[in-house]
Design a binder for this molecule. Sequence first.
Ligand SMILES: Cc1cc2nc3c(=O)[nH]c(=O)nc-3n(C[C@H](O)[C@H](O)[C@H](O)COP(=O)(O)O)c2cc1C
Length: 246
Amino acid sequence: MLEKLDLLNFNKWYSNPTYYLGGDVMNVIDALNSRYTCRAFKQDRVAMDTVIKILDAANRTPSWGNTQPWNIYVVAGDVLEELRNGSLERFSQKIVGKPDLPVPQEWPEALKQRYVTVGKERYDLLGQELEQDAIINTVQDRNYRFFDAPVVVYICMDRNLTAYSMFDLGALSQSIMLAAQEYGLETAPAIMLVQYPDLIRRALAIPEEQAIVLGIALGYGDSSSIHNQHRTARRPIQEVSTLKGF
Ligand SMILES: Cc1cc2nc3c(=O)[nH]c(=O)nc-3n(C[C@H](O)[C@H](O)[C@H](O)COP(=O)(O)O)c2cc1C
């Protein structure tokens, strides 16, 4: 794990592209490098016009045969508050969520190691401010309160579609997250945002045949929150990729 001083500099560098570009510029590489899962948002509202611009840009995402399998539902204001309260209430009652796309319980060992590592890094960081007992509850609570985001985007597709379309939804999700950065907004893709699909379906009149695949929290990030201090590493590119013939 990075030492605290390094982490602070790292965050400054990563969370503020102008810091290293020396101007008010963001290109795609900067956006890819500076994006992180934001787990604490400010309460500032996001203009509907901005949301539409983000979705419009992301709608250019490629898809299998240009099938564009996605349906996007965006919620803010009172409707979101009602959903948030419903989610928190069920969490407090320990009602186990049942997302439309179940989370696999088994992962190959190497992948499991990575998610264990990232969890430990986050918990170690939170341990600087919270008692050990409070950490798990706080982390879960933040998820169920949608990280206090003022906007949540739900990505849906027909239940009968296959992994090919899921690929397209993943690409769309990343497009939304990158486009958001253009407007100074942060995001959190989270399966925990769709733990209770029945509540979301009812609030937004999402047809039964649409699977609610992923939620993306959206808003202005609270950079002072401890929940936003962690940055994740990646495997070295030499390990991930094979290049020949250059
Ligand atoms: C499909 C998907 C579901 C995720 N679900 C959650 C979630 O429920 N809660 C959460 O805190 N983070 C969630 N994440 C965020 C990942 O933990 C995060 O992307 C990963 O650790 C890499 O960190 P980074 O996004 O900050 O680079 C999810 C990410 C993806 C792509």
